[in-house]
Design a protein around this ligand. Structure first.
Ligand SMILES: [Zn+2]
Length: 268
């Protein structure tokens, strides 16, 4: 498959609509997903078991070289049969897993799917999780950042259990938080060193940045985020980043913001 990875992701995201079908996994599917992700992120990956599990869940496996980095990746893309719409798991194969990049609201928080691939390219050892439905699908059940029964939540929880740091990418409308470019949150009222570093890096490139542990203005979506709660329970790092539309819509500003995220070294 020669098509560019970022364009492929953007293409997948662009087809998601509020009216599409969505369903949560049943308990067996959830267990199978968590086990498969555990095999993917283990220091010694067990490919065949992970791939067998995800294939049983309806994901199609492909692997290829990302022409922009020269690094090999594996992609598991849900075939969206049976109304499930469970999304995409993208795994960098060059080194063991170090960072999980989450895109929970594709085609709703516009351009976050492009940010996900841009960060993936800057961080060897990344895994990208992208939701497979518009957040309004399934009467809102497809808002995976606020649905702990979603397959996305199961996959993210498995990475939290392995203590992989997660960064979740969101957007907000400029008029919702006038004068702010970025909101960094841990999903709780407590700061973490990685979140503090990220806020510093964003300020260094000139973005007006709010940190949720000091200012309640930014507590839009970060509080009540189910991936954040699971990360707290597992004792692993979770960062919720929201960027306004002014930054996300502009290729240069967006690239600069993603470079700042990579420079914050959330992966350690
Ligand atoms: Zn969002």
């Amino acid at each position: 498959m020669a098509s560019d990875l970022e364009e492929r992701f953007a293409g997948i995201a662009s087809r998601l609509v509020p009216a599409q079908p969505y369903r949560d996994p049943d308990p067996d599917e959830r267990r199978l997903a968590m086990a498969a992700m555990g095999h993917l992120v283990a220091p010694r990956r067990d490919w065949s078991t992970a791939t067998a599990g995800l294939t049983r869940l309806g994901f199609a496996y492909t692997d290829d070289v990302d022409t922009s980095t020269g690094r090999r990746y594996a992609m598991y893309a849900d075939q969206a049969r049976n109304g499930q719409a469970w999304g995409v798991v993208l795994v960098d194969l060059s080194v063991p897993a170090r960072l999980v990049v989450e895109v929970p609201h594709p085609n709703s928080d516009l351009r976050t799917e492009r940010m996900g691939i841009q960060l993936f390219r800057l961080t060897p050892g990344s895994i990208v999780l992208m939701a497979g439905a518009h957040r309004k699908a399934g009467n809102g059940a497809a808002d995976v950042a606020h649905n702990d029964r979603s397959l996305f939540s199961a996959l993210a929880a498995a990475t939290a259990d392995r203590h992989l740091p997660q960064i979740q990418l969101h957007g907000f409308a400029d008029h919702n938080l006038a004068g702010l470019d970025a909101v960094v949150s841990t999903g709780t009222r407590t700061a973490t060193p990685a979140a503090v570093r990220l806020a510093e890096k964003l300020r260094q490139i000139g973005l007006t940045t709010c940190q949720s542990w000091e200012n309640s203005r930014g507590r839009l979506e970060g509080i009540g985020n189910v991936q954040a709660l699971a990360a707290v329970r597992a004792g692993s790092v979770f960062i919720h980043l929201e960027l306004n539309w002014r930054i996300r819509r502009d290729n240069g500003l967006r690239a600069g913001a993603v470079e700042a995220v990579a420079a914050a070294e959330i992966a350690g």
